[in-house]
Every structure is written in C-alpha cells, then in structure tokens.
Design a protein around this ligand. Structure first.
Ligand SMILES: C[S@@+](CC[C@H](N)C(=O)[O-])C[C@H]1O[C@@H](n2cnc3c(N)ncnc32)[C@H](O)[C@@H]1O
Length: 242
C-alpha cells in the first residue's frame, strides 16, 4: 500500500511537465552541485541518486560520462526523470525504491548522492547510513540539504509568511548535518553553506536576468562557505569519503 508521503509526492510530480531544458533557478542550483560533484567523481563513475525526483542532477552528471542510476518512491517522479534523461540524450537506470531500504548490495557505487531529499525527514540518519552502505570503500557521498531557513531564493515565501506552514522541512544547521555523516562512519566530512542565488520569481520573470545568472555561475558560488552564505544561502553542501 502506498503511504501518505508517496501519495503526496506522486500527486505533485503528476503535475510536472517541464524538462531540464527549461532553465530556472533550480537548474542553476543543479549546475552548481554538478560542478562540485564532478570535481570529486572518477571518470566513468557508477553513481546513484537517491530520491532522484526528476533526476536533473543525475542527468547532468550522466552528460559528463558517469553511469547513473536513480531511485525514487514516486512513479510519476521516475517518468519526469526519464523525460530529463531523454532531453539531454543520456541513458541511466531508473527504479522505484525506498531510501531507507536500497535494493543494492553493499559497496555497489563509486558515488551516492541526493538533492532535495534529506531535509524532508525529522531524522535522516538512517537514510545517510543506507546511502553509505552502498558506496564502495573510498567512494564519495554527496548531498545538499536545504533547511527551513531564510534565503534569497526563498525570500518571497518568507515575506508571504508561507514558510510558517511548511511541515515537512526542518531547520537543520551544518553541525547537525555533519553528525548524520559521522553516524554513517564517513570520513573527510565537509559541510559548506552555499546556494546564494537569485529569488525564484525574478529568474522566471526576466529571461535576460536568467541568462545572465547562468552565464555568471561563479558570482553565486564565490560566497560559498562564508557567513553570508550561512545567512542568505538556500542549502548546505555535504560531502565525505567512505
Ligand atoms: C524535492 S524532491 C527531489 C527533487 C530532485 N532533486 C529533482 O531535481 O527533481 C524529493 C524526492 O524525494 C522522494 N522521496 C521522498 N521520500 C522518499 C523515500 N523514502 N525513498 C525514496 N524517495 C523518496 C520524493 O518522491 C521526491 O521525488
């Protein structure tokens, strides 16, 4: 039987018809994550995205030569993921699976990553432990965590008071995120405040500004790891070695 979370993710993915080719601020953040991840990924890596949703990051990583697998609870998410793979002409394995019980043997992948997943759980530690289980020794763990906090990206949401009604995101900080990775016995843990990017609406409304924002990706990442990113950034980036 489908649980409540699966039904609600299914319902939201059912409405999504866009692909990776339609640039918005989410794609800009995925480019930022792709570049950080690719710095650490061996060529031709076997990489798994957990809770892949529309698998934009997996598609971007596959474009750079990784052999990707994506898993998600929601079938409708997997349809969106396939559309994104098709849009950038990459292939990858997609399947339905629960992040708490991944259907892979220990040490299957060179890298395991997620984006937009961990902040939805009151205690994501069991998911991080499960992700770590399927990473080979010496392989890479990579995730963003977008806590419930103020950011330039979510400015409009805060001004409208909507953040007060969000019930499935938690206000995590970098220290708490590091503790999940420590519990999974990962090493060389790095947590960096990031995601100082323009507000969602501004990028959608003004295509010239959007194109300029994509062209100047370095302008957004130059703040990473600074107090400004702690205050105004949308997410933390977390990576570690198994
Ligand atoms: C915010 S979305 C991820 C968005 C994705 N990064 C993208 O680019 O489209 C979070 C995803 O996690 C999935 N999810 C939630 N709980 C899960 C679980 N227990 N196991 C696997 N996937 C899960 C949801 O179905 C949803 O697709």
């Amino acid at each position: 039987m489908k649980d409540e979370s699966q039904l609600s993710w299914d319902a939201s993915w059912k409405q999504v018809e866009t692909t990776i080719l339609e640039r918005d601020v989410w794609l800009l953040t995925d480019y930022i994550k792709r570049d950080y991840l690719m710095e650490r990924l061996p060529g031709n890596a076997r990489a798994l995205e957990v809770g892949c949703g529309s698998a934009k990051l997996a598609a971007l990583v596959a474009e750079r030569g990784a052999r990707v697998t994506g898993v998600d609870l929601s079938w409708h998410a997997l349809l969106a993921a396939q559309r994104n793979f098709d849009a950038v002409k990459v292939s990858g394995a997609l399947g339905q699976a629960d992040a708490f019980h991944l259907p892979f043997a220990d040490e299957t992948f060179d890298a395991v990553f997620s984006t937009g997943l961990l902040e939805h759980f009151q205690d994501p530690t069991p998911i991080v432990v499960e992700m770590a289980r399927v990473i080979r020794s010496g392989g890479i763990f990579f995730s963003d965590v977008a806590p419930l906090k103020f950011s330039i990206l979510r400015m409009g949401m805060y001004l409208r008071g909507m953040a007060r009604n969000v019930t499935d995101e938690y206000p995590y900080n970098g220290r708490e995120i590091a503790a999940w990775l420590e519990a999974a016995v990962l090493r060389d843990i790095r947590i960096v405040a990031s995601g100082v990017v323009p507000p969602l609406g501004l990028v959608r409304r003004f295509p010239t500004f959007r194109d300029w924002s994509f062209r100047h990706q370095n302008l957004w990442t130059r703040w990473d790891g600074t107090p400004l990113a702690e205050q105004l950034g949308f997410f933390y980036l977390a990576w570690a070695v198994k």
